[in-house]
Design a protein around this ligand. Structure first.
Ligand code: ADP
Ligand code: MG
Length: 394
């Protein structure tokens, strides 16, 4: 267990907090502020407990240069609105300079300031000096609350821990609790649902989950790599050639360890990758040569719903079909609804799966929606995340 802000005395201290304010922007406007609202509990706790709060974040990929379109100014404005008090923004191409240092110096307990995008500095993503030391000169305690970048060892996510007492914020605490409990102490049966398109990234996750789950459900674009491994014809469906062998090994492992592995028994196929394409349902072992799999079929939906209904814990990563096109959203929608109706602990990891749940209006029916796509995948893969490993143990 890692220490959190609750475990240390922050009163009168300058506290450096790494947040994930990497919000989507369009024409200078924030289009979704969930990442900002998710950071509020930690910021508010620190303000109430009389810390002087210095916030850090990245946004986008300015690649070590000060590019105005990646400025965190809009985030400072939105955060001010949400907190109902001023957030002092310190614009600086260097992120930390004499002026910024003076502002940090003058910051009073209960006040909040936000530094400019840490990725304006080329050292940030390499975890190199002098940037880490410059950031460290501003504060006395490091709080990491940026789960979305916890799988990266950067100056502001891990490097700072070498300089001062370091603890987690409430968001990281919550992510670790839900994802960690699911992996270590799940209410059984434990069902994992894996889908989406990034097969190569997700196969290592499946490998780790096979050691933990009772049932593994496969859907979405990764199904066809498994079909190929069995020897099915998959037409023009997406395929990760390099993962076929591993897919075969995983199926054998599942068999050996008594994990029930469920693959789609039927598949909605389309002539082309288009919302209005001609479509038809086939048993998965009879997919035509000139069509591609786009969604799980109705028989599969029924089988998956039954497995979900029996579950005690469900981890879902990756949509069951091309849910962005209404004609191929049925499978993903059915799974989201089955999770919403279930009494199980339901955890959603992955940006597109979270977006799907949001799109169907079911987000508040889930136990936990992870805020970190890549980070939650690496967590489920069983890897140690450097932004968490660097924090003090309880
Ligand atoms: P997540 O972000 O939840 O981890 P991924 O990024 O791996 O999920 O995959 C999401 C994408 O997978 C979606 O854009 C979806 O359209 C795509 N997808 C799902 N099923 C298929 C399929 N059968 N063929 C092609 N793409 C698919
Ligand atoms: Mg994705």
């Amino acid at each position: 267990m890692k220490k959190t802000v609750r475990d240390i005395d922050v009163k009168g201290k300058k506290v450096l907090v790494r947040c994930d304010f990497n919000v989507p922007m369009q024409d200078g406007e924030i289009t979704d502020d969930i990442r900002i609202t998710s950071a509020l509990p930690t910021i508010e706790y620190l303000m109430e407990n009389q810390a002087a709060v210095i916030l850090m974040s990245h946004m986008g990929r300015p690649k070590g240069e000060a590019k105005p379109e990646f400025s965190l100014k809009p985030v400072a404005d939105r955060l001010s609105q949400l907190l109902g008090r001023e957030v002092i923004f310190t614009p600086s191409d260097q992120v930390v300079d004499d002026h910024v240092k003076a502002s940090a110096e003058a910051l009073e307990p209960g006040q909040v300031m936000l530094l400019e995008n840490v990725r304006y500095r080329s050292e940030e993503t390499k975890n190199e000096e002098p940037f880490t030391g410059q950031l460290a000169s501003l504060g006395e305690i490091f709080v990491n609350d940026a789960f979305g970048t916890a799988h990266r060892a950067h100056c502001s996510t891990a490097g700072l821990a070498g300089y001062m007492p370091s603890v987690s914020g409430f968001l990281i605490e919550k992510e670790v609790k839900f994802l960690g409990d699911a992996l270590e102490d799940p209410k059984r049966p434990f069902v994992a649902i894996m889908g989406g398109a990034k097969v190569g990234d997700k196969i290592p996750v499946i490998e780790n989950l096979l050691k933990k789950v009772d049932t593994l459900i496969i859907g979405g674009g990764m199904s066809y790599t498994f079909f190929k491994a069995i020897g099915y014809q998959i037409g023009t469906s997406i395929l990760d050639e390099e993962s076929i062998k591993l897919a075969k090994t995983l199926m054998e492992k599942a068999m050996d360890s008594g994990v029930e592995m469920m693959l789609p028994v039927d598949t909605v196929c389309a002539r082309e990758f288009a919302p209005d394409s001609e479509k038809a349902v086939f048993n998965s072992d009879t997919m035509p040569k000139d069509m591609m799999g786009m969604d799980i079929g109705p028989k599969t939906i029924r089988l998956y719903q039954e497995a979900i209904a029996k579950a005690g814990t469900i981890v879902w990563n990756g949509p069951a079909g091309v849910f962005e096109m209404p004609a191929f959203a049925e499978g993903t929608k059915a799974i989201a609804e089955a999770l919403a109706e279930s009494d199980a602990v339901t955890i959603i990891g992955g940006g597109d799966s979270a977006a799907a749940v949001e799109q169907f209006g079911l987000a508040d029916k889930m136990t936990h929606i992870s805020t970190g796509g890549g980070a939650s995948l690496e967590f489920l893969e069983g890897k140690e995340l450097p932004g968490i490993a660097c924090l003090e143990d309880k």
